[in-house]
Structures are given as C-alpha cells and as structure tokens.
Design a protein around this ligand. Structure first.
Ligand code: ADP
Ligand code: MG
Length: 780
C-alpha cells in the first residue's frame, strides 16, 4: 500500500500522464518494450516509476521481483528526481535511491533506482542479464546522449536473452520490461529500427495539457551581445508584465553569472535577515514579507496585450536599450543609475534571481523547485539543463537566446572545440514550451524569424557524432559485443570515428591486432574512467606510485580544477563546458561583496591577479614540467588542508571539482583494492609529495597513457634544430593532424623554453590548435 500526502495526491492528479496510467500499464504488461512520448512536465520521470511500483514491480513476492531502474543523461536529474519520487511515495532514500559517478544512496532495500546512463552501462558489463532489475526506464531518449544510444542498443540484446532464458526456466529468471521515454515525437530512430527491435514497439502519446505559448521573435538578431539583449528583455518583462516566473536560456556559467549579477543589481532581492546599504536608499521598496503591491498595481487598467506586443518588437524601444548599454563598465554610473531606477515608478519590486547550471552545487540547484519569497518574481537563468530534464514550476515567460554551447570533435584529428551555436528548431520549441506549463505563456526569442528559418537545423545532432567513442567501444567489447559494426546503433558512428577509436585502443593495448579485447583491455574496462586513464592506473603499480596515479586520473577525469583568469592570455581560450574563471569568481559573491567590489574593483583585481600568479607558480613546483603534475600537487594540498572551501578560494580552484576529485579518488581506490590482488592502497589525507624517482615514474606513466598524443617540436621534424627562448608561437607536430599545434598559454610550460617532445591531454581549437594538459617526456 502506498502512502501519499494529500497535497502530493492533488498535485499528481493534475499531471497529464496520470490519466494514461491504465493504458500505459496495459501496454507494458503486453509488450516487452514500450515507448512513451510526452511533453516535458507531463509527469513521465516522476510518475512512471510509481506506476510500476504500485503494479508490484520491485516486490519480491510478485511476478516482477527485480527492482525498477531509471536512467538519466544528467547527474542533476538523477539526484533530484530520486528525491522527488521518494518524497511523493513517502519512502526514504534507502528505498528510492540514486547512483551517479560520485555518489550513491543505493542499499539492499532499494526498490527504485535512478542512475545516470553511464552507471547503467557499467553495470551491464558486470551483469549482462541485468538480473536484479525487472524494469528499466530509459529517460530523455530524445536527447540522444552517447550513453543512452548505446544503452538502448545493448538492452535490446539483453531483452532477447532474458526472454529466451525465462522460456527455458521461468523460476530462475523473469523477462525484462523496457520503457523508453522521450519529450518529443522524434523517435523513429528507435521505433523503426528493425535491427534494434524486430517488432516495432507501441508508442503511447501522453496528451499534454500544454497551454498556448505565444512566440515573439526579435525583429533583428543581435550580432554578439545576446546577454545584454536578454537583460533588457527581462527588465521589460519584469517591469511591465503580470506575475509569472521567467526562465532564461543562456549557454554557460560565465554568461549566467554576469546576467544574474546585473539582474540582482537592478532588482535587488533582500532577505529579511540581511541588512544592506541599499535598504536605506530605497524608500519605496515594499517590505519583502508582505505581498508586493508593485507587482499587481496597474495591470488591470493597462492593455497587457499591447505591452506584450511591444515587448516582442524588442528593439523598437530604442530609449530603453540605449539607457542600459554598458551597465557594467562604469561602476560609479551604475550606482547612480541604480538609484534612479528604483525611484522610477515602473520599478516592479524584487526579482528572485537563481542561476542553474550543472557545476552549481546541488543545494543551489534544488532552490529552483522552491517557491520564490512572497512578493518576488522568480527568474531562473539556466543552461539547456532546463530544456527538458528539469521542469521549473510557475514559469510564464521564456527568454531564449537561441544559443547552446556544444563540444565539437573531429574524429580523425582528435581536435576538439567548444562553439556557441544556434540551437535546433526542435530545441527552440522545447524551450518555448516551458512557458506553457501553468497557463498561457510567452516566449521571447532573441533572434529573428528569418534566422530561425534559415539557420536553425531541424534537429540536434546526436552526441555520438560529436564526441570520442573509444570508452563506449571498449565497454561494448568487454560485454563481448565483438563486431561493433554490426551493433544496432540508433544512429551508427562514422567509419573514421570507429577506426580512430579502435586504433587508439590497440595503441594502449586494450585490443589486439584483430580488434579483439585483450586481458589488459578487460582490466581497463573495469574502471569508470576513460581507457587511457585506466591504463595509467594499471601500469601505475611501480615505485609505490599508485596513490599518486589514482589522484592524477581522478583529477583528469573530473577536469582541470583551476579557475582561469580569463583576461590573462589574450587568446580568449573559452573552455566551454561549464568552466569557471576569475571574473565569475568575483561576480558570484554576495550582494554586499559586490557593492564593496564596485569601489575597490581595480585594486582588488590587481591583488587577485598577483595572488593568482603566485598560486599557479606554487602548484607548478620548482621545476615546472607538467600540467598534470600540477593537478597532483593541488589535489595533495587540498586533502592535506582537510578539504575546506577556504583552501579552494585561496588556491583558485573550484570547490565542486575538488569534492568530485576527492570522491572519485575514494571510489577508484576501492575498485583497485577489490580487483588487484596483493595491492594495498588507501586514500591518505597526508600523502607526501612524490620523490624524484617517483616523479620520473609518474612522467612515464602519463606518457604511456597518452602514447599516441606525442607532439614533437616542428624544427626537429624538419631536421634543423634551433634554439628558442620562448614557447610563444613555436609550432609542434602530432601524428593525428597535419596542422601545427601550440603550447596553450595556461600551461606551466608556456613560460619556459620549448621542450623537444611533449605529450598532451587534448587539442583544442580556438584561433589556433592548442595543446592542453602538457607533460615533458624527458626533461633536461
Ligand atoms: P517529465 O518527466 O514529463 O518532464 P516530471 O515528472 O519531471 O515531468 O515533472 C512533473 C511535475 O513534477 C512538474 O510539474 C515538476 O515541476 C514537478 N516536480 C519535479 N520535481 C520536483 C521537486 N523536486 N519539487 C517540486 N516539484 C517537482
Ligand atoms: Mg523527465
């Protein structure tokens, strides 16, 4: 019997999917695969597991004793959705649990388990029958993440096997049920793919109770500065339009922080427990804890529709636009402007501004689900994390930059780049849809309809075509899927891509010359790491280097923890992803900090920069020969300090990254203990720095991991050795690309002499092709 609170019961009843519960459960009982399509917010993720649970799945006495598994492409979604479902079912996190790379709440009591698609894929290599599950829900299939695609392919095989085995002996193993869920109807790659499912699975369309959303295109498309454009649009919405949350789509953490800061400056939200100098300035400010008159006043006698139209025109209102240009550049001005604004009768009261991106702490992420303070309007500035995986309640207005930051990857050269590009039409529609969940809404697109029609692709390219695939290829081989070319990929990878992956796996010894997995390959596949990093671990058992190698591969897997000073190198090496930088670091501070900063900005920045350089030097060591050893140094120092936030602040590293590295270290250490006989390792918080001999060994281990990523100074290739005093502009040659590559200015090697040979962790294209994560193979 399921216990749900009255309140939850009422909220559930309103979800569109609950009307289809019976139809869905009938389809599931009659078919082994069922596809469910439903608008974001219709209740798929939170309700489907509960339907199964109530139908007896996961109950040891039932016909479906195995637990219910749900996969998510994003970690945030796996965690927050498991929490939500636990709450709805009044169960604890031992029963409704999650597992992601860095964290898990799973126990022997778990009945419903949320996990990332990566975790599920890994479980498959340990137990190909997935015997502990009775049903697997693959969520967000429309996103076409690499792992989800592979997972669907593999699971189609598991399904057949489970069926055959259960027909042999029903008491031993039961058939498995698969539910594939998508927020769009574009699922033919799964349903019409005969190699995947010989009988096309039934598709259930959840009749979404979507309210109409009016789409407003900009007349013109701002060439670059869509952050300012977004800011202006939000100001207009907030000051002129009736209540309702605003959801803004931006591309990355940097932009989000800038925009949040601007908005908070303009429409300060002051919590009652904090005093602030602006409080005395703002006479008109309504008390926070009473309903805000400013929000309601005047709308009844205004023609709202007219306002909305005017807003849609965007650049018509030139005064407004000009007035707010360069808000950020002159601090004195911004204060005056700020004061004028609050005296302006159009001032609409506080805006409760929340950022949302994946590197944000979990606690901060979860705040978007809580109602905003009385009288304040909610404004969430998000990456495309809010496009389909998280439904933020109460959104009436969507502001869409039309942009997304994406990783591009050239399969033959291995060169990566992060580009900010237009989203697809399908994504734009998804984003717009977020405004119509609670009532009719409006979507303001910061681009013209011409741009939308001519330059937006119909659909987003599946991740498999944008990312290295050696990791999943090895995992497939470890599951004895030998002929990868016969695998039922929803969309197959390019031949080049497959070849490059197999070649790399041969180089590191994971495959033999016939592309069959070796015993080393099997060992490599047991770690939740990229194959090169696992290889480093396996050969790392010399000179007592293992604890260091574990720390190194943990850092490499999580990513460079150092905050970059954006403006130092002039190459504008925007790292994509969700990377942080010094500017952000200053900007995300609390409001009163920002006020202080406005006055001391320049001085502080100067001091910061000096401190920043000192820290970089400190971690690079006396003889800077490797960016990767610099990571090791900071990981060691962090643990030594007890792993506190002060350390992170003082050392210009991201707290969340350091915590993840810490967790991954613990986890890898456990796996090593369990898998490698006779090895005794532990995470020693007081790990001594490596000795000279160990450093030499570590350098070799790193080189072995990046054996194919050797770069040679170009003059040596050309057979005419030169001497150089600086690395600037010195070209290197690699084996994967004919293009010249260069030492990135953020490297510890940048300020020394250019070495003959290096290994690099990755190539990244901005204005040139840069090597990053560099290690000198043999220092002089
Ligand atoms: P779908 O998977 O179809 O996109 P969900 O099941 O994620 O839909 O969401 C259904 C509803 O549950 C949404 O209205 C969403 O806002 C709400 N919801 C999800 N998580 C939470 C939470 N942690 N707190 C409050 N409401 C939530
Ligand atoms: Mg969902």
């Amino acid at each position: 019997p399921v216990k749900r609170s009255q309140e939850i019961q009422l909220t559930r009843m309103k979800l569109p999917i609950c009307e289809d519960e019976q139809a869905i459960m009938e389809a599931i009982s009659e078919n082994s695969v069922v596809v469910i399509c439903g608008e974001t917010g219709s209740g798929k993720t939170t309700q489907l597991p509960q339907f199964l649970y109530e139908a007896g799945f996961g109950n040891p006495e039932s016909d479906n004793p195995g637990i219910i598994g749900i996969t998510q492409p994003r970690r945030v979604a796996a965690m927050s959705m498991s929490k939500r479902v636990a709450q709805e079912l009044s169960l604890d996190d031992k029963r409704v649990s999650y597992q992601i790379r860095y964290d898990a709440t799973v126990s022997s009591k778990t009945v419903i388990k949320f996990m990332t698609d990566g975790v599920m894929l890994r479980e498959l290599s340990g137990d190909f029958l997935l015997s502990k599950y009775s049903a697997i829900i693959i969520d967000e299939a429309h996103e076409r993440s690499l792992n989800t695609d592979i997972l669907i392919g593999v699971i189609s095989r598991v399904l057949r096997l489970r069926k055959e085995l259960s027909e042999e002996d029903k008491s031993k193993i039961k058939p498995l049920k698969i539910i594939i869920m998508s927020a769009t109807l574009r699922i033919s790659d799964f349903t019409q793919n005969r190699r995947l499912f010989d009988i096309p699975p039934p598709v259930i369309n959840v009749n979404a109770r979507q309210y109409p959303v009016s789409i407003h295109f900009n007349k013109r498309t701002p060439r670059t500065d869509y952050v300012t454009e977004a800011f202006n649009k939000i100001c207009k919405i907030h000051t002129r339009l009736p209540r309702g949350g605003i959801l803004v789509f931006m591309t990355g953490q940097n932009e989000i922080s800038i925009l949040c800061k601007k908005l908070r400056n303009k429409f300060p939200y002051i919590s009652s427990d904090r005093t602030h100098r602006n409080r005395t300035v703002i006479k008109e400010e309504p008390p926070i804890d009473e309903p805000n008159e400013y929000i309601h006043k005047g709308y009844s006698d205004r023609n709202v529709d007219h306002e909305i139209e005017e807003l849609a025109m965007g650049e018509n209102d030139q005064d407004y636009l000009d007035h707010h240009d360069d808000f950020d550049t002159n601090s004195e001005d911004s204060i005056t402007e700020f004061e004028n604004d609050v005296l302006d009768k159009e001032y609409a009261g506080p805006l409760y501004v929340l950022p949302l991106y994946s590197l944000l702490s979990t606690r901060a992420q979860m705040r978007v689900f809580e109602p905003p303070p009385e009288g304040a309007r909610l404004c969430v500035v998000a990456t495309n994390i809010a496009e389909t995986s998280l439904t933020i309640p109460g959104v009436t207005y969507v502001v869409d930059s039309g942009k997304v930051k994406e990783r591009r990857y050239n399969a033959s050269s291995g060169v990566q780049s992060y580009v900010i590009d237009w989203i697809s039409k399908a994504s734009a529609d998804q984003r717009a849809g977020r405004a119509g969940r609670t009532g009719p809404g409006h979507c303001y697109r910061l681009y013209s309809s011409a741009v939308f029609n001519d330059q937006f692709q119909q659909f987003t390219v599946p991740e498999i075509h944008r990312t290295p695939i050696e990791g999943v290829i090895l995992q497939m081989k470890a599951m004895n899927i030998d002929t990868v070319s016969n695998f039922p990929f929803p969309t197959p990878p390019d031949r080049d891509q497959l070849k490059k992956a197999e070649k790399l796996l041969r180089y590191i010894g994971a495959l033999d010359e016939n592309n069959q997995i070796t015993s080393l390959g099997r060992a490599i596949a047991t770690f939740p790491l990229a194959p090169r990093f696992s290889k480093m671990l396996i050969i790392g058992q010399q000179h007592e280097c293992l604890p260091y190698v574990i720390a190194i591969v943990s850092a490499l897997s999580v990513g460079d923890p150092f905050i970059k000073d954006y403006h130092l190198d002039g190459t504008d090496s925007d790292d994509g992803g969700d990377e942080d930088d010094l500017v952000n670091y200053v900007q995300t501070k609390e409001l009163n900090e920002i006020q202080k900063e406005i006055i001391f900005k320049k001085e502080r920045r100067k001091l910061m920069r000096k401190k920043f350089f000192d820290v970089q030097k400190k971690h690079s060591g006396l003889d800077p020969t490797s960016d990767i050893l610099k990571f090791l140094n900071v990981v060691g120092a962090y643990e030594y300090s007890g792993g506190n936030e002060k350390f992170c602040e003082d050392n210009f590293v991201r707290t969340k990254a350091m915590q993840e590295i810490h967790k991954l270290r613990g986890q890898i250490t456990k796996i090593v203990q369990a898998n490698c006989q006779g090895v005794d390792v532990c995470v020693d918080p007081k790990m001594k720095p490596p000795s000279a001999i160990q450093l030499e060994a570590l350098r070799q281990i790193i080189a072995a991991g990046f054996i194919d990523q050797v770069a040679m100074r170009k003059d040596l290739v050309d057979g005419m050795t030169k001497t150089f005093s600086s690395t600037r502009g010195i070209a290197y040659s690699t084996m994967w690309t004919n293009e010249d590559v260069f030492i990135h200015p953020s490297s510890v090697l940048y300020h020394g002499k250019p070495p003959d040979f290096v290994v690099y962790q990755e190539l990244q294209r901005t204005n040139k092709v840069w090597m990053k994560g560099i290690t000198i193979i043999k220092p002089e």
